[in-house]
Write a protein of this length. Structure first.
Length: 182
């Protein structure tokens, strides 16, 4: 496990999608970052301990693991690490948890390299963000509630299913579905 000694800022990219990582790594390297890729939470932790990255781009769901654990570990190693959480499964609950754990931004996939770089360097909130006038759909509200309960039980599906008075397999099926947009 060696990293080159360069003056480039070190960035840890953790995602289980190899193709996405390959494309994003190349794009970020063109933008001046030294990028190391990990495909699991454990591999990400090993790299983080070894290289102490200034930046990290972490997928929310890495296989069956939560990228939130990695955010927590990265911040415990160095609270100056700028972490952006990426996900194809965006929810209010996971966004709030990512920010509470120390991520500076939360982006939904597909996000391009320019959006990710902008997020890595965004240190303040934007009070001019537009507020939606349309309420969330019932299906989206259900999905958000399931995510919230899952977060309250530290990602433990069995405990969340008990709290929801639902069979574990039913909850797993609901969680595997892509959320409706709004």
């Amino acid at each position: 496990m060696t990293t080159p000694d360069t003056d480039k800022p070190r960035l840890l990219l953790v995602d289980d999608d190899e193709t996405f990582c390959k494309v994003l790594k190349a794009a970020l390297e063109k933008r001046g970052y030294e990028v190391v890729v990990a495909g699991t939470v454990q591999e990400g932790i090993r790299w983080a301990e070894h290289m102490l990255p200034e930046y990290a781009v972490i997928d929310l769901r890495i296989g069956y693991e939560s990228g939130l654990e990695l955010v927590k570990k990265l911040i415990s190693l160095d609270d100056n690490t700028q972490v952006v959480m990426l996900t194809g499964f965006a929810s209010i609950a996971t966004a709030v948890e990512a920010i509470k754990l120390g991520a500076i931004h939360y982006l939904t996939k597909p996000a391009n390299a320019d959006e990710i770089v902008a997020a890595l360097h965004k240190n303040a909130g934007d009070p001019s963000v537009q507020i939606s006038e349309t309420p969330l759909s019932v299906k989206r509200l259900e999905w958000e509630h399931l995510q919230k309960v899952l977060m309250q039980h530290d990602g433990n599906i069995s405990a969340a299913a008990r709290a929801l008075n639902m069979h574990r397999r039913t909850l797993q099926r609901k969680l595997e579905k892509k959320p409706v947009r709004e």
